[in-house]
Ligand binder design. Structure first.
Ligand code: HEC
Ligand code: HEC
Length: 424
C-alpha cells in the first residue's frame, strides 16, 4: 500500500481500493513525530527506517483489525501471560454486534487508533489524551519509573481521569462489562508495547547506514538473523518492564498516630469543629512541609497550593520532540516540521490547583499518599523523599485546600472538557 505522508490524522489511509471490500481499511499510523525527531537529531533521512519498521511492526503486532503478538511472547509462558489474545481480539477491530471493537468504540476518538493520543477530538481538549507509545503512565501504585499494574490500568479505565475528558466506564454507551474493561487493559498494554517497540526500532534506524547497503529489518538481507534477534530482544525487554510492575508496587504505610479522615467532607467537618485537634495539627504541619525547601511543593504548586508556582516546564511527551532534540518548546517556528507530522502544540505543565479538589489518580488517602511518595511519571513532579508521617500530613493539607464544589469558575475547564466529551 502506498503511504500518504504528512496527513497527521490519517489513520484511515486507503479507501475502497480495487478488489477489496467497500469499507475503509484502518491502519496503524506510523510514529511520524518520533521518526522526524530522530531525523532532525541524526541528520539521516528516515524513509527506509520507517518502511522497515513497518515491516517489523506488521509481522509482530498485526493490524488494527487483526492484532498479533510476537512469537517470542506467545511461545513463552511468562510473557504470554501479559496480554490475552482472546482479549485483544475483542478490543480490536471495528465495533460490531459480536462485541468486538471496544477500543475503537470507546477510546480511539481521544487516544487514536494507534494509541498516539491524537484522536479527532484530542487537540481541542484542555488535557491532551495520553500517547501510550512512550510506555509511561502517571497514575499507578508502582514506583515513579515503573509500569502500572493491571489493577492500576483497570482503575483508570473504570474511574476515568477526574477533571479531564476521560469519563468513568459506567458512563460509556453502549455499556461495558468488567470483562470488557479487562479486554481494554490488554489492548492498552498491547498498543504501548507495540509503540515502545516502534520507537526503539526508529532509534536504531537512525544509526543504520542504508546507503552502505545495511538494513534495519529486511527479511531478504544476509544479516536478517541478527536483525530478528535485535527485534526479539527489544520486544522482550519491554515485556520485562511490564512483568516487573507487580514487584515495584509501593506499599502505603499505616498513618499510625496521624488521623487521616476517609473523605474530604469528613476532613472539612473536623477542621470546622471548635478548638485544636490532631487533624488540625496535622494540616498545619502539612502546610509547613509543603512550603519547606526540601519538599519544594510550593515551587510548582504555589505557596497557597493554587497551582501557580513560577515554573516553566513541560511533560515528557512534549519534551520528547522538543527539548530532547534541542528545540525550545516556546520556539514555534522550530516546531513546524514536527507539528506538521502530528505533534500537538506544546503546553506548559499544569501543577494541580488544590482548590479544585480534583485528583486525577484518585482522591482516597492512599492514592494521594502514593502520588506524593512516588511522584508523577512523565511530569516534572518528583518522588518526595520525606518521612512517612510528613507525607500523611501533606495528604491532609492538600485535601484541606479543596473548596466545596461551585457551579462555575474554578471547575469551568474540567466542565468544558466534560461537555465536549458529552456532545461528541
Ligand atoms: C474524551 C477523551 C478520552 C476518551 C474517550 C478516553 N480517554 Fe483515556 N485519557 C484521556 C485523557 C485526557 C487522558 C490523560 C490524563 C492525564 O494525562 O492526566 C487519558 C489517559 C488515559 C490513560 C493513562 C492513565 C495514566 O495513568 O497515565 C489510559 C490508560 C487511558 N486513558 C485509557 C483509556 C481507554 C482504555 C479508553 C476507552 C475506554 C479511554 N482512555 C478513553 C482522554 C480520553
Ligand atoms: C517540579 C514541579 C512539582 C513539584 C516540586 C511538586 N509537584 Fe505536585 N504536581 C506537579 C504537576 C505538573 C502536577 C500535575 C501532573 C499531571 O497530572 O499532569 C502535579 C500534581 C500533583 C497532585 C495531584 C495528583 C492527582 O492525582 O491529581 C498532588 C496531590 C501533588 N501534585 C502534590 C504535590 C506535593 C505534596 C508536592 C511536594 C511534596 C508536590 N506535588 C511537588 C508538579 C510538581
Amino acid at each position: 500500500m502506498k503511504r500518504c505522508f504528512g496527513l497527521g490524522l490519517a489513520s484511515v489511509a486507503a479507501f475502497a481500493c480495487l478488489g477489496c471490500r467497500q469499507e475503509p481499511v484502518v491502519t496503524f499510523e506510523p510514529n511520524w513525530v518520533y521518526s522526524k525527531s530522530v531525523e532532525i537529531d541524526t541528520g539521516y533521512p528516515m524513509q527506509r527506517a520507517l518502511e522497515q519498521t513497518e515491516v517489523a511492526l506488521t509481522r509482530f503486532f498485526g493490524t488494527p483489525d487483526h492484532p498479533l503478538l510476537p512469537e517470542v511472547v506467545t511461545s513463552d509462558e511468562e510473557y504470554s501471560g501479559l496480554v490475552s489474545m482472546e482479549n485483544l481480539q475483542k478490543a480490536a477491530g471495528a465495533p460490531d454486534d459480536s462485541g468486538r471493537g471496544l477500543y475503537r468504540q470507546h477510546c480511539s476518538t481521544c487516544h487514536g487508533v494507534v494509541g498516539n493520543g491524537r484522536g479527532s477530538t484530542a487537540a481541542l481538549l484542555a488535557v491532551y489524551p495520553r500517547d501510550f507509545r512512550m510506555g509511561k503512565f502517571k497514575f499507578k501504585s508502582t514506583t515513579r519509573s515503573a509500569k502500572p499494574t493491571r489493577e492500576d490500568l483497570t482503575y483508570v479505565i473504570k474511574h476515568g481521569v477526574v477533571g479531564t475528558a476521560m469519563v468513568p466506564a459506567d458512563q460509556l454507551v453502549p455499556k461495558v462489562t468488567d470483562e470488557d474493561i479487562q479486554a481494554l487493559v490488554d489492548y492498552v498494554i498491547y498498543l504501548s508495547w507495540r509503540g515502545e517497540f516502534e520507537r526503539a526500532m526508529l532509534t536504531e534506524g537512525g544509526e543504520v547506514e542504508f546507503e552502505e547497503g545495511e538494513s534495519l529489518f529486511d527479511p531478504t538481507s544476509s544479516t536478517f538473523e541478527e536483525q530478528l534477534a535485535f527485534a526479539n530482544d527489544t520486544i522482550l525487554e519491554i515485556g520485562d518492564s511490564w512483568l516487573e510492575a507487580e514487584d515495584r508496587v509501593k506499599d502505603v504505610p499505616d498513618p499510625g498516630d496521624i488521623p487521616v479522615p476517609a473523605t474530604i467532607d469528613e476532613l472539612r467537618a473536623a477542621l470546622a469543629a471548635d478548638g485544636d485537634s490532631p487533624v488540625k495539627q496535622s494540616v498545619a504541619r502539612g502546610k509547613e512541609v509543603f512550603e519547606s525547601e526540601i519538599a519544594a511543593c510550593a515551587k510548582c504548586h504555589g505557596k497557597e497550593g493554587h497551582g501557580d508556582g513560577p515554573q516553566q516546564d513541560y511533560d515528557d511527551w512534549t519534551k520528547d520532540w522538543t527539548v530532547r532534540i534541542g528545540i525550545d518548546p516556546v520556539d514555534e517556528a522550530a516546531q513546524v516540521p514536527l507539528v506538521a507530522r502530528g505533534a500537538l502544540p506544546a503546553r506548559k505543565i499544569d501543577p494541580r490547583d488544590f482548590r479544585l479538589g480534583l485528583f486525577r489518580g484518585g482522591s482516597e488517602p492512599e492514592h494521594l499518599y502514593r502520588r506524593i511518595a512516588a511522584g508523577i511519571d512523565g511530569t516534572p513532579m518528583p518522588a518526595a523523599t520525606l518521612p512517612e508521617e510528613d507525607i500523611w500530613n501533606l495528604v491532609n493539607f492538600v485535601r484541606s485546600l479543596a473548596e466545596p464544589p461551585k457551579e462555575e469558575g474554578v471547575e469551568a475547564e474540567a466542565a468544558q472538557d466534560a461537555s465536549l466529551q458529552a456532545s461528541r
